[in-house]
Design a protein around this ligand. Structure first.
Ligand SMILES: Cc1cc2nc3c(=O)[nH]c(=O)nc-3n(C[C@H](O)[C@H](O)[C@H](O)COP(=O)(O)OP(=O)(O)OC[C@H]3O[C@@H](n4cnc5c(N)ncnc54)[C@H](O)[C@@H]3O)c2cc1C
Ligand code: SF4
Ligand code: SF4
Length: 397
C-alpha cells in the first residue's frame, strides 16, 4: 500500500535512533513525546527518504521468514556466565555480558556499543565500553524508551581503526544489519551483532508510574534499574536521600511496564533476535503444571547461535571458560516463553485486520506467517482479527 513519505515510519517507530545518527538532527530528529516514547520528525529529500527505507526497522522486511518457532540457528543451548558476579548482576544468566567481555579481553573487539545509564536516572544512553567494568555496568535489561543506535554511525566514524560488538534489541539489530549491508567500510568495523528476546519497549512514563507506585518521588530519583541482582531480580529505585525502593518482576514488568509499550512493538515480527549472531532470552523454570515461575534463582539464559560466526564465538567463549553451557530440549521453550511462542500467529491476524481496514502496515508479509497459525486456536485467531478491527473502529489503533 502506498503511503506518504515518513508516515509509516512515524506510525510504527520503535525509537532505535538510527535515522538521526545517519542524517543528523536537522533532517531526522527523534524526540521524546508526551506519552514518553521517542518519535521521529523528518525533513528528508526524496533520495534521503529512499535511503531511510533501506535501513529503518519499520521498512526492512525480515531477513528470513523461518518456519521454525524459534527461528534459524546453528545451535541452541542453556547457559550462564561462569563469573558469578556477572551472572548475578546481569538480566538473566549474563551470557551477553560474558561474551562481550571475552571478545574485548581476547583483543577480538576494541569496544562494545551498548545501552547503559546516564547521569539522569530515566535517560538511558548508548556508550562504548572498553573495559570489563564498563561492560558490567551496562548489564541488565533497561525496560524504558531510549535510542540504542542514536550515536552508532558517529561512534564508528570517529574510531575508524577500531572493531566493535553492537548489542541491541532485535529491531535495532535488523536496522543495523540492513545499514551495514549498504556500508561496507562500516561493516568491516563490526565484529558481531548481539541481541536478546524482547516483548516490547515500555515508555518513560511507564517507569514514572512504577516509581510512583513504589512510593518514591520522581524528582529525587538518582538510579533506576529493572533486573539484576538475582534472577529475575527486582526493579530498584534509589533517591538522593539514600532511600532504596524495590518491586518484583511480576509487579513491575507484568503489571506496569509491559502494558505501555511502543505501538510498533504490538506489530513486531521478531522478538527473538533472529538477525543477530547470538541471541539470549530468559530460560524460565516451569512448575509442575508446566507454567512459568518467577521464583528467585541463579540466572539462566537460553542461547541461540544464529550464524556460523555466532556459533564460533560462542564456542570460543565456552572453551575459554567464560560461559557455561548445557544441552537443551528445545520444545520446552514453547512453555518457557509462552508469549513469544504465539506472537507470529497473533501478528498474522492483526496484520490481516489492518489490511481489511486499508491501514498501512510495517514491512511484514502476513501471507508468509501462515505456517505459524496453528499455534493459536481458530477461536483465538478470530478474536485477534476481530479485536484488532474493533480497536481500529474505536480509533484506539
Ligand atoms: C525491552 C526489553 C524487553 C525484553 N523482553 C523479553 C522477553 O520477551 N523474553 C525474555 O526472555 N527476555 C526479555 N527481556 C530480557 C532479556 O532478553 C533477557 O534477560 C536476556 O536473557 C538477557 O541476556 P543476558 O542475561 O545475557 O543479558 P545481560 O548480560 O544483562 O546484557 C544485557 C545487554 O542488553 C543491553 N540492553 C539492556 N536494555 C536494553 C535496551 N532497552 N535496548 C538495547 N540494549 C539494551 C545492555 O546494554 C547489555 O549489553 C527483555 C529485555 C528488554 C530490555
Ligand atoms: S524506527 Fe529507528 S530509523 Fe525508523 S524512524 Fe524510528 S528511530 Fe528512525
Ligand atoms: S518488541 Fe520488537 S519492535 Fe518492540 S522493541 Fe522489542 S524487538 Fe523492537
Amino acid at each position: 500500500m502506498k503511503h506518504n513519505p515518513g508516515s509509516l515510519e512515524k506510525e510504527y517507530c520503535i525509537g532505535c535512533g538510527l535515522c538521526q545518527s545517519c542524517f543528523g538532527e536537522e533532517k531526522a530528529s527523534v524526540k521524546l513525546n508526551d506519552k514518553g516514547f521517542y518519535a521521529p520528525e523528518f525533513a528528508l529529500t526524496g533520495e534521503e527518504y529512499a535511503a531511510l527505507q533501506s535501513f529503518c526497522p519499520v521498512d526492512v522486511e525480515p531477513g528470513c521468514y523461518s518456519k521454525q518457532v524459534w527461528g534459524e540457528r546453528r545451535s541452541v543451548c542453556l547457559g550462564h556466565a561462569a563469573d558469578e558476579t556477572v551472572r548475578n548482576t546481569a538480566s538473566s544468566g549474563g551470557v551477553l555480558t560474558a561474551v562481550c567481555t571475552y571478545l574485548l579481553e581476547q583483543g577480538l573487539a576494541d569496544g562494545i556499543i551498548q545501552l547503559g545509564d546516564s547521569e539522569v536516572a530515566l535517560q538511558k544512553t548508548t556508550r562504548i565500553s572498553r573495559s570489563k567494568e564498563e561492560i558490567l555496568a551496562c548489564a541488565g535489561s533497561r525496560y524504558i524508551a531510549a535510542l540504542p543506535l542514536e550515536q552508532v554511525v558517529q561512534m564508528l566514524e570517529a574510531n575508524p581503526a577500531d572493531r566493535f560488538v553492537i548489542v541491541g534489541r532485535p529491531c535495532d539489530i535488523r536496522g543495523m544489519r540492513a545499514y551495514l549491508k549498504l556500508h561496507e567500510q562500516r561493516a568491516q568495523q563490526v565484529v558481531c551483532l548481539l541481541s536478546f528476546f524482547c516483548a516490547g519497549t515500555p515508555s518513560v512514563n511507564a517507569s514514572r508510574r512504577m516509581i510512583e507506585k513504589m512510593g518514591a518521588a520522581d524528582a529525587n530519583i538518582t538510579h533506576v534499574s529493572y533486573r539484576g541482582n538475582g534472577w529475575p531480580g527486582y526493579s530498584t529505585v534509589k533517591d538522593d536521600r539514600g532511600n532504596a525502593y524495590t518491586m518484583n518482576y511480576e509487579d513491575s514488568w507484568g503489571a506496569i511496564l509491559g502494558r505501555d509499550i511502543y505501538r510498533g512493538c504490538r506489530f513486531c515480527y521478531d522478538g527473538i533476535g533472529e538477525e543477530a549472531d547470538i541471541a539470549c532470552g530468559d530460560a524460565w523454570y516451569l512448575d509442575e503444571q508446566g507454567k512459568v515461575t518467577f521464583d528467585e534463582r541463579p540466572g539462566r539464559n537460553v542461547i541461540f547461535a544464529r550464524t556460523e560466526l555466532g556459533e564460533r564465538l560462542l564456542r570460543q567463549a565456552e572453551a575459554a571458560g567464560c560461559i557455561v553451557c548445557e544441552a537443551f530440549d528445545e520444545p520446552e521453550l514453547d512453555k518457557m516463553q509462552p508469549y513469544q511462542y504465539v506472537r507470529k500467529a497473533q501478528l498474522r491476524y492483526k496484520l490481516l485486520a489492518m489490511r481489511t481496514a486499508r491501514r498501512q502496515i510495517p514491512a511484514v508479509d502476513p501471507g508468509k506467517l501462515a505456517w505459524h497459525k496453528s499455534r493459536i486456536s481458530p477461536k483465538d485467531r478470530a478474536r485477534m482479527y476481530l479485536g484488532t478491527l474493533r480497536r481500529i473502529w474505536k480509533k484506539k489503533i
